[in-house]
Design a protein around this ligand. Sequence first.
Ligand SMILES: C[S@@+](CC[C@H](N)C(=O)[O-])C[C@H]1O[C@@H](n2cnc3c(N)ncnc32)[C@H](O)[C@@H]1O
Length: 476
Amino acid sequence: MKKRMIQIYEDALELYVPNGGYSMNASESVVRDLTARQLNILRSPKNNGSAISDSKEYLAQLGVDIINNPQPIQFLPNTNEPVHRWSPYVQGFSAKFVQRTLSKYMREYKRPVILDPFAGSGTVPVQCKLNGYESYGVELMPLMHFIANTKVNSWTTNPEALLNVARHLSSRRTFEAPDFLRSQKQFNAGVLANLERIKSGIDSFEPASEQDKQIKDLMLLAFAAILIDCSNLKRSPCLGYSAGKVVEDNAPFDLFARKIEEIAEDLWLLQNWYSNVLGTKSEITLANSMEYEHLTAYDLVITSPPYINGLDYVMNYKIEMGWLGFARSHKELKKLKDGMVVCDNVSKGLIYEFVSKENRYTNDWIEKIKEEINRNIVRRGGYRRSDMAEIVHKYFDDMYRVMQKVAGALNKGGRFILVIGDSLIADVYVPTDLILARIGKELGLTIESIEKARTRRSGQIRSYQLRETIVTLLKE
Ligand SMILES: C[S@@+](CC[C@H](N)C(=O)[O-])C[C@H]1O[C@@H](n2cnc3c(N)ncnc32)[C@H](O)[C@@H]1O
């Protein structure tokens, strides 16, 4: 059946005339057999389109150009970098990008104070500390807050002591896998039992000193970092079952031991080669960046906010959240998700409430985009979410609130640097970077540059080219 659908789809693609609908020979039955989604893709006016042409009007109004500056901004290369590699975060960005940004402004600020209001796994604070720069992070997901905090505040831990404790954990099984998750399906029985043994061992280690507490945190971080590798799941970037994945029963012990060794190696490196930065302040706060009142003034803000349409961070990390005790039910996960910058997996109720909210941020671009999205949803006869226009609106309202707080905490001469991707939603191009740049301008910042770092493909219409950019805003 699947094969037949693919054949029909390919036939239809051949009959499709770009920009002009179907050729006269298109067989009615071929078109009838396609799913509504496939038909909408074929008929999309955005086929073979690009963000470049759809941005012209917005750029003209902003009075800026986009500079082409290809560079790696994704997390992947971090998996070989000390400390960054302790916990891979698909949504994280590249340590090299952060380093390049720090080096670029090194002379201007001398000793900059830096913030990341979407700290995630802590790429910015870790890289700042390696340079000896004071840094701050805000992160709403407790798991990520724990990971980032442990990554920056455990550098004085004795690596030998860590290895010693981790190698002699009690093997008595007292911990049980979180009952609100489908653990029996997510893990093979033997693997599950061994994970429960390791977690029980970590839990039974009673810290008697600050160093012991750091050891326990590092073991929990290592445990969280191996969970998906031990499971029948993969994250690419969303969490899903991986057909054919084979995991040996002893994988938890092997992977945990390897991760602890990796951390110990890096601690040794830090203590021998970075001893002058060990005392540098790094503070990660568990808070909502839309509401957080900054207590410090910053010279540089380097951040990568969630993208519209992007990932449901909470559901994507539910396994680690559950096993480490940061969430005990789906209800708790949902509550957490509702506080985050919106994604398109939020509850209808949250968006319903948003519609009647007073003082929502908006501008004529957002209103026009909303109108077009609503019109296209009617034309297409439906969409993943009928309230998509309001989700887009909420995204910018959320981001406005974060940017307002951050702009207020920037020193004069300070810079606010955002790494962000745009979106194509119901055949409507959403220039997220340009809208955030405009918000920055409205908040009194100057748009210093908008650099295109890489081209991406739209998940909806693969032939449509999107971009990822670095927006630099200056407080003059
Ligand atoms: C793209 S990720 C940042 C990744 C980070 N640059 C790194 O390298 O690990 C965005 C982060 O923003 C967090 N987030 C979303 N909404 C938030 C909010 N309202 N306040 C604080 N953090 C939030 C998410 O949990 C996620 O970790």
